[in-house]
Design a protein around this ligand. Structure first.
Ligand code: BG6
Length: 507
């Protein structure tokens, strides 16, 4: 290559990204169990539609929706259309809509009935012939947890999963209820699909800002020297919500914040934050690193639990000036429930990159605001002088805002020309969420192409259950206090103390 045609530096970088891994899109069938459910309506149909608008679906794709009630195809297609009109991030366009809807077929399905598998098999097969597409089959289980094993075993017995093309299975959480049941579930799924074929979805891994973490250090070498235990004092991961248990008491009162948010989403955020990736890596290498992080996560045994873990439950309070009931008064929740709606903990990753740096994590329902973010607090070596406010200078912070706003900001101290005092100032970048693809869009696109980077590998899931297992037992035995907090607050006071003893505070 002569000098004139040599790529400029940014071009060379882009080529590098493109060359990383080749994911190919092939014609296929998408089989959706739970097609009349909430997730399909709110997330999956809109995700498929937005991929369609972006030309990110295979040229030929057959979509088969399954549900317990009977509908003719045209009624199902009109349900899909209504879902798009209500939930798609981009307005439905007349142009192309019929082509999109024509891809959908419906099949009444009862997971316990052999004939249902037979009918489904025939429909998949007929459509493959009609569209002249290979037997590439992506199964999506958006169903109650107890049906996951039943359906995968039915797919196996009926031979639907024996294809001449590829096959993949996407499973939603919860992946088991504890370490033992998660292992059992995995074994059973492995009877029908091998590990590379199972895509365990964690929608937090589909959030654009979370995906950004993987390449942040690589794409911003200046941060490489900062994201290091010599400079960082602590890391705080928050996933707070204003909503309460809503209509999900049946599930949530058994799961609690620990199973609903910590075992999956929060521990995935810990892994993604702790990834040290100054170089671009393959999906396999990223998975390997995440597993190493989980293996280095220091266990919290019962004797250390009270110092390191805070669990809470919301009481009556106000959300945006509107009175709301306490958790125990929520429909479907027993008045004696000891379930956790709040969880905070201090974690340590005992590896050379992170040893000695506390990671604080917290999640709660019915909190003052909805906010998912990662805050990296840097060490503050400035000496106290007269030029500083009484409570000292604010430490520099690097903040990844994940939800509801998405962006990155760096908090630096600037001198106010009038008061001559240092004041925290934010250098911020935020993205326009309307143009950002939704988590499910990114994840479906990856699964269609066979890219498992942002899905939870079995080993990660197993190690997460293993890590929280002693906590589950302590919660079950009620050996840990359950701190009440008013709805609309920032959680129990005990969670503030968790940081105060280390001379930090939640940001
Ligand atoms: C789900 C939990 O996985 O995540 C819900 O089951 C929770 O209880 C939700 O509300 C939060 O997701 P997000 O994307 O709104 O932060």
């Amino acid at each position: 290559m002569d000098e004139l045609t040599a790529p400029t530096e940014p071009e060379a970088k882009n080529q590098l990204f493109d060359l990383q891994e080749e994911w190919t899109m092939q014609d296929m069938t998408f089989i959706l169990f739970g097609a009349t459910g909430d997730l399909a309506k709110r997330k999956l149909f809109p995700a498929l539609y937005n991929l369609f608008l972006d030309g990110k679906l295979p040229d030929s794709i057959s979509v088969i929706g399954l549900g317990r009630n009977y509908f003719p195809d045209d009624i199902f297609q009109s349900k899909v259309e209504s879902a798009l009109r209500e939930y798609s991030r981009r307005a439905v366009q007349t142009n192309g809509l019929n082509d999109f809807l024509a891809k959908f077929r419906y099949c009444k399905f009862d997971a316990a009935d052999n004939d249902s598998y037979q009918n489904l098999h025939e429909l998949i097969h007929d459509r493959e012939i009609e569209l002249n597409i290979p037997q590439n089959r992506l199964f999506y289980l958006s169903v109650a947890p107890q049906l996951v094993e039943v359906i995968t075993s039915g797919l196996n017995k009926s031979g639907i999963n024996q294809t001449t093309g590829w096959k993949r299975l996407i499973v939603e959480k919860p992946f088991g209820n504890d370490l033992k049941t998660a292992r059992q579930l995995n074994e059973r799924l492995n009877n029908a699909f091998n590990d590379e074929e199972i895509y365990r979805i964690d929608h937090y891994l589909g959030k654009p800002m979370v995906q950004n973490l993987e390449s942040f250090e690589f794409a911003n070498p200046i941060f490489g020297s900062l994201l290091d235990r010599k400079r960082i004092s602590n890391i705080q991961i928050t996933a707070c919500e204003t909503v309460g248990v809503e209509t999900r008491a049946d599930y949530y009162d058994q799961a609690g914040a620990i199973r609903d948010m910590v075992q999956n989403h929060l521990l995935q955020l810990v892994m993604m934050t702790a990834l040290h990736l100054p170089e671009k890596m393959t999906a396999k290498e990223i998975q390997k690193q995440k597993i190493t992080i989980m293996e280095s996560l220091r266990p919290i045994y019962k004797d250390k639990m009270e110092q390191n873990v805070v669990r809470g439950q919301y009481e009556a309070g106000e959300i945006f000036d509107t009175p709301v009931v306490g958790y125990k008064e929520e429909p479907g929740v027993a008045a004696s429930s000891m379930n956790d709606t709040y969880f905070a903990a201090r974690l340590f990753i005992d590896n050379p990159s992170w040893s000695g740096i506390p990671f604080y994590i917290r999640t709660g329902k019915r909190m003052a605001i909805k906010s998912t973010k990662i805050v990296i607090e840097f060490k503050n070596k400035v000496k106290q002088t007269d030029a500083l406010p009484a409570d000292g200078i604010t430490p520099n912070l690097l903040i990844f805002e994940i939800n509801p706003n998405e962006g990155i900001s760096l908090m630096v101290n600037m001198k106010n020309p009038s008061s001559k005092q240092f004041e925290p100032t934010y250098i911020s970048f935020s993205t326009n969420s309307e143009v950002q693809p939704e988590a499910y869009e990114l994840l479906l696109f990856d699964a269609i192409r066979g890219n498992a980077t942002f899905f939870a590998h079995w080993k990660e899931v197993e190690l997460s259950w293993q890590w929280i297992q002693p906590l589950l037992e302590a919660f079950q035995e009620n050996t840990l206090p359950l701190h009440p907090y008013p709805a609309g607050s920032n959680g129990p006071e005990a969670a503030n103390q968790l940081l105060q003893v280390d001379q930090f505070k939640w940001w």
